[in-house]
Design a protein around this ligand. Sequence first.
Ligand code: PMV
Length: 362
Amino acid sequence: MTHKDFIPEKEPKHISSGKAAWQSPSNIALVKYWGKRENQIPANPSISFTLTNCHSTTTLNYSRRTEEQKAEDFEFDFYFEGKAKEDFKPKIQKFFQRIEKFCPYLKDYKFEIFSENSFPHSSGIASSASGMSAIALCLMDLEKELYPAITDEYYCRKASFLARLGSGSASRSIDGGLVVWGEHDKIQGSSNEYGISFPFAVHDIFKTYRDTILLVDKGEKQVSSTVGHDLMHGHPFAANRFKQANENLDKLITILESGDTSAFIKIVESEALTLHAMMMSSQPYFILMKPNTLQIINKIWTYRESTGIPVCFTLDAGANVHILYPEKHENEILEFINNELVVYCQNGHYICDRVGDGAKKL
Ligand code: PMV
């Protein structure tokens, strides 16, 4: 499927009002997306674990507008955790503008969007992946009402496609397990336009992986990801980085099947540090890790060395540390976190998460 397939051709049914609700998870990238071309096309393919406990729950109420109203701009209200949230509206306005060509019915309706996150707002956890994918799924619910013939496959693909136009990583929050977004020559069906379920065999160990997120710094991000992605244009190491991401994804195909956790760790930790190395070597340059991020990384390395337990870290574009490990080591790792790492977390906070099944219709 390409973007042209996502433009509805038939006349929609007449629906006067309705409601849709979805719960959509966050995801954590193993091979990172950092750098994009026009129209939210990624500069390299990425792969992520879909999470379970960090999610957004979104309800969309829609009611048909009059012919005069339809000629005006989009009409919507946005509520976050029950309160009207004006400062989020420009983001949605921009999202609607981007997707209007593919959802020509947007101006036919007035929308009320109610959203909430399972994780604290000021946790430093980006809510764009879960939030944007949840809105995209709700819109697909309306689209299914308008065009009842659309298939489940089309529904999910287009939800991921629309989510991508809201926030790139949101395209990986529809399906569960491992999701690939971005064209890779060894991954048939992979696309720059939407995420797909990782199409190869996956060793059982990776099906129940744990992700404990240590909240090192709950502040606002110093650099928005839009600005960050832009800094990859003209970055002196960009071409090599994009090539490396393709190679790392290639290597992961074999690793994910064999269950080789040592090889997994080498790729995942290197990807996290490379993401931050790109930020540190862009112009302007910036450091998103905090002293406690480094303390935690060093502790993980020492612990892994002395116990042989295959625990590793990854990072998003921020200071928080995601600790990834097999389910069978959960007790030991939680003990290690409580004994040695909690002191580096703001107010001792961390979130226990795990690989999940993808978005759920409510
Ligand atoms: O989806 P965005 O535009 O906020 O970009 C997110 C990029 C990273 O989280 C740093 C990496 C990734 O692949 O998720």
